[in-house]
Design a binder for this molecule. Structure first.
Ligand code: C5P
Length: 238
């Protein structure tokens, strides 16, 4: 894989024109864009299509979590947007994840591209060990991450979203083909912002990250293309 293809830029904004302009500017310099709940709730499928019209691969980060039938329906609706990556919450359970995987598998590989990768969110990184008892989980957040990653793998999902600090343990538990999509990435030259436990792009890829979700270091840079190129160069040869 060309190292640039590992970079997915989080467009955390609600303005369609700004998101579209940034997506077009970055086209060819990154592997794709990530649009999430903030953008989708404000602009819907039409907004997503406006941004991806230029053909940018899309990580549609809507983290579905509902009864299996509803999640399968949501996945089918999301597939109409042609995403490269879709996600659900692993804590929705095996039946829910299997229903989502079946909905993805229904889609043929077409000239538009291969079927999307279906990945799971394990434990939100905003939760720590101290939050586990409150939500009825015994053990540490790290143990719960591994438990849910294995559950996702067993349900036929392609991978998980995880922190760079979880890469080694999940790789060991779920094998070399399980896709790891990793946010919380900061080049040494970028501001950390509100991210606390960050890792550089090169460190995360060396540990085994498949895709890097990078927002502000590129999207909020004075020169987004320059920032994307610099990260791409840092990933060369890894
Ligand atoms: O700007 P920054 O690089 O911090 O953006 C990271 C992106 O990844 C944001 O869209 C954020 O919501 C998302 N994310 C994260 N940590 C997670 C899961 C998703 O930062 N554990």
């Amino acid at each position: 894989m060309d190292p640039r293809e590992r970079i997915l830029v989080a467009l955390d904004m609600t303005d369609v024109d700004s998101a579209k302009a940034l997506a077009m500017t970055l086209s060819g310099h990154v592997g794709g864009i990530k649009l999430g709940k903030e953008f989708f709730t404000a602009n819907g499928p039409a907004g997503v299509k406006a941004v991806t019209g230029g053909g940018q691969p899309l990580f549609l980060d809507l983290k579905f979590h509902d009864i299996p039938n509803t999640v399968a329906g949501a996945v089918r609706s999301a597939m109409a947007l042609g995403p490269m990556i879709l996600n659900v919450h692993a804590s929705g359970g095996v039946a829910m994840m299997k229903a989502a995987a079946a909905a993805v598998a229904e889609a043929p590989n077409t000239s538009e591209g291969p079927r999307p990768l279906l990945i799971a969110v394990t434990v939100l990184t905003s939760l720590g060990d101290e939050d586990m008892p409150q939500i009825g989980v015994q053990g540490s957040a790290a143990e719960q991450v591994i438990r849910l990653a294995k559950l996702a793998e067993g349900a036929g999902l392609d991978g998980v979203v995880c922190s760079a600090h979880e890469i080694i343990a999940i790789r060991a538990a779920c094998g070399p083909d399980f896709k790891l999509v990793v946010p919380g990435i900061r080049p040494t030259w970028a501001a950390k912002g509100d991210q606390k436990r960050v890792m550089t792009p090169a460190e995360a890829v060396k540990l085994g990250a498949d895709y890097l979700v990078i927002g502000r270091p590129i999207a909020a840079a004075a020169d987004p293309v320059g920032a994307a190129k610099r990260i791409g160069e840092e990933l060369q040869g890894l």
